[in-house]
Write a protein that binds this ligand. Structure first.
Ligand SMILES: C[S@@+](CC[C@H](N)C(=O)[O-])C[C@H]1O[C@@H](n2cnc3c(N)ncnc32)[C@H](O)[C@@H]1O
Length: 209
């Protein structure tokens, strides 16, 4: 099982920047039509039931999923992020905790979004995270991931992230890691960077089989 001390630097770093992050990204989706399209397709794919936004930060994606008609709730490591998410979305549920140890029964979730949160998981620990996603997602349920693309196929590389240690992944490597945990690939969008991004962005939807 993942040693939670591995996540402490990430938690502390996000606690420190939470307010700044929330302000910076509050309206970001408004200028991101491809991301909104992937989230809309995800929302159509998820049936009735709870949908988890894992690594939810200040809850902007949780709120967006709610606006698309989903029964969305958020989970994050950072107490400050959870405090801000609750303040911004008082009618939604936000839980403090690591996404690799969820308080959810087997096959109980209708969908999962992990939007730029797996980027902070050390590569050797990502299979444990995907195993947990596979445990809690019900058969047919969609999982939507957002992350920065690596430079070459089948590659993972460190990313000079402004907040916490992070990694860029090729979609091929992520797909290889997902398949053993019961996921089929549904759709992948690779978008060229727009200022201030420094590399292409990947949005990958898979489905629990
Ligand atoms: C780049 S932010 C993205 C936040 C949010 N998804 C958004 O798009 O606004 C990454 C978030 O993931 C959280 N995070 C990173 N690793 C996590 C883990 N193992 N479990 C729960 N949250 C995690 C961080 O605390 C941070 O709030």
């Amino acid at each position: 099982m993942m040693d939670s001390s591995a996540l402490l630097p990430t938690q502390q770093a996000y606690d420190e920047v939470a307010e700044l992050y929330a302000d910076l990204f509050a309206k970001e989706l408004d200028s991101k039509p491809f991301e909104r399209a992937m989230l809309a397709a995800f929302a159509e794919s998820a049936g009735a039931g709870p949908v988890a936004d894992l690594g939810c930060g200040p809850g902007r994606i949780t709120g967006h999923l709610h606006s698309l008609g989903l029964d969305a709730f958020g989970v994050d490591l950072s107490p400050e992020m959870i405090r801000l998410a609750r303040a911004a979305h008082p009618r939604l549920r936000f839980e403090l905790g690591p996404m690799q140890q969820l308080h959810a029964a087997d096959a109980s979730l209708a969908g999962i979004v992990a939007w730029y949160s797996i980027i902070h998981t050390p590569p050797q620990l990502l299979p444990e995270v995907f195993a947990e996603f596979g445990r809690v997602l019900r058969p047919g349920g969609p999982l939507l991931l957002g992350f920065m693309a690596a430079d070459a196929p089948h590659e993972v590389q460190p990313y000079d992230h402004r907040v916490a240690p992070a990694f860029r992944w090729s979609t091929g490597r992520i797909e290889e890691l997902l398949r053993p945990h019961g996921f089929d690939i549904v759709a992948r969008l690779i978008r060229e960077p727009v200022d201030p991004e420094r590399c292409p962005q990947v949005h990958l939807q898979v489905r629990k089989n």
